[in-house]
Design a protein around this ligand. Sequence first.
Ligand code: HEM
Length: 754
Amino acid sequence: MVRFLFLAAALLCQSSAFLPPNRRLSPATSLLVSELEKEVETVNPIKLEKSNGANGSTGQAYYNLKKGSKIPSTLRIEGRGIPNRNDPVQLLDSSTYESDLINSWDVYPERQRGFDWEVEKARRYFAGLRLREDGTWVKQPSFFDFLVSERRMSAMDGGSSPKPVNMWDAAILMTTNVVSQLGFAPALGMASIPTAVIQKYEGSFLSFIKGVLGGDLQTLAGGPLFLLLAKYYTDYGPIFNLSFGPKSFLVISDPVMARHILRETPPDQYCKGMLAEILEPIMGKGLIPADPATWKVRRRAIVPGFHKRWLNRMVTLFADRAEILSNDLVQRSKAGMVVDMEERFCSVTLDIIGKAVFNYDFGSVTKESPIVKAVYRVLREAEHRSSSFIPYWNLPYADQWMGGQVEFRKDMTMLDDILCDLINQAVMTRQEASIEELEERENEDDPSLLRFLVDMRGEDLSSMTLRDDLMTMLIAGHETTAAMLTWCLFELAQGDPGLLNEIQNEVRTVLKGKDRPDYEDIVAMKKLRYSLIEALRLYPEPPVLIRRARTEDTLPGGGAGVGDSIKLLRGTDIFISTWNLNRSPELWENPEKFDPTRWERGFQNAGVKGWDGYDPEKIRGLYPNEVASDFAFLPFGGGARKCVGDQFAMMEAVVTMSMVLKKHDFTFAIPPEEVGMQTGATIHTMNGLQMTVRTISEDEPLPKTDGYWTKQHLKRGLSTNGLPIAKEEDAETQEKKLNMELSIPMEIKNEDAN
Ligand code: HEM
């Protein structure tokens, strides 16, 4: 009874538990609580000792257990490691004020006494806060959840970083949108931006109802969203508002504005907004959806994992997996089977990412498994969510009664179990080392990124973000590369045979006498690299980048012709349409044509104010990137939040495609028009890339080339390498040079070069 009264009093005073633990008890109160203290004091006391977070930068704590702490046994439970996402007991988010508060008591056991400490213990007890064997605090479900502060430290630091957008911002934004759409924008000091209103539905009534009920933006828009944005781009130009009833998005298809948002503003000025809300149940606080504060810490931890030696080591892995695929294609071609190459590319990239990121063998090229099926169902759900305007997954108990959501919960549990097991196993065999030491380590048995991150000295292993980052990479790093391979093969197979012949010629010449490429070969296969990147230009993954303004901002006018007064309010949701950028006639010559030779020629347009154009001389590395194109082409994004896996993906794609093309010829099994297109986060085919495969025999001669590549430059009055003809050399001399080049077989040229 005494205990109950005390705890009730403690709860009433719970606000005092949020005060710093430096107040002392009066003698009377001491007497009152001493009885209870005796009861709750642990039989086998431990002391918690704080070690610094990752690189000393996180401010998050990882605890080592030692004798001496006064955490009572009532506040302890069994268990260790990272729990499953659906587990009712979850690790305490180390970036919250709550975690900081607990630390401030526990790091100094001498403070753990007196009345305030009693109140604090009672608060933890009722709030469901428990200490596990491995020294991490977890949160159990509790009726008194309000006793736990979920506020993030970053939101309270009072520093210069913008506060999260709130309801008030949303209300101001909505009102201003309505007022400016009524034509009062100039009166508000803003530029008049056209508004596209989605109101006309051209499909059947039944599919409209289905779209509304499913919250499916694509169904309502009557097709892939990016195609609708492309239509409005033609009607309204590089900046317009897209309105959906009271909700609106600012759609941007201009390189100067994209450069401003992605690179010229601090990384915390724009966040992922609605994308983060949608992806949170799948990727948690993983790098893609992460809020700026979490992102800063995680990005710093993850980037070193993609070091040069590791990437080189990965080339062997890519080749191992591509070989399995190639052998499988030999079997299928012998059996005269039609092969869905999109499915094959997805399988090989899934196997690669599983092994590279967490040393897990999905084995999906050779067998079907429930785990692989779960990965794909989760991917489809993520895509469906990202094109939905009603968050149907947030309906009460949706994961208990909504068919797809029940399945989604089960799939996520299965994947989470695997991830958590892998992380926990890696933690048990941890061998801490500095980044430099880790870069030197061979790790033959397990060269995975997970091993690197776990072994990294000071890495915060009590945090859920490691699991979230791995899940993010599993999802972000596999279908994107598969889509690049799929669309590249599609375009090569349906394009000018002269181009395909040149690519095959290049591949077979560079890989002559070799089973697999190394890094130098990847560099040497330039025509193949440019074909892959050209596929990403025509089919960008993802076709829109999503941002939300966290502060007011003014965009440069770029090609919009509205001056430099495009004012953005806090909370504005932005779509940067990479599809529109990549297919804009303002930014590319003949933009709809698959022409990998374009990457060797420059392109300028003074009409787009502030845009430097595309300059091939600015290419550094394996592919023409956002810098060479001054943000007209964002194959892997740009600025601080650029893809961490760009080199990985390019090398993986070149190795896979070269090994497949070296041994096989492909022809369409269905007319190319029937391949179709659909989208979510990546652009897929509608009906698969159904191909007939023919295995090329070892002694088959190289396909003849007619100089397709260089001819593209010459017919534009440029030199054979796409650069303007030097003054002293006229077009006639160039033409002669080309003819001479064509008379020399590729192999001999290559041997000469060596
Ligand atoms: C062809 C393949 C790929 C494409 C086209 C691609 C594309 C992109 C793009 C456009 C972004 C920027 C998104 C934004 O700004 O909102 C991004 C971010 C990201 N990608 Fe990739 N990606 C590919 C492969 C990979 C791979 C293989 C991995 C991992 C192994 C990966 C991991 C990530 C991560 C973690 C981010 C978030 C980076 C951050 O916010 O700091 N991606 N990717």
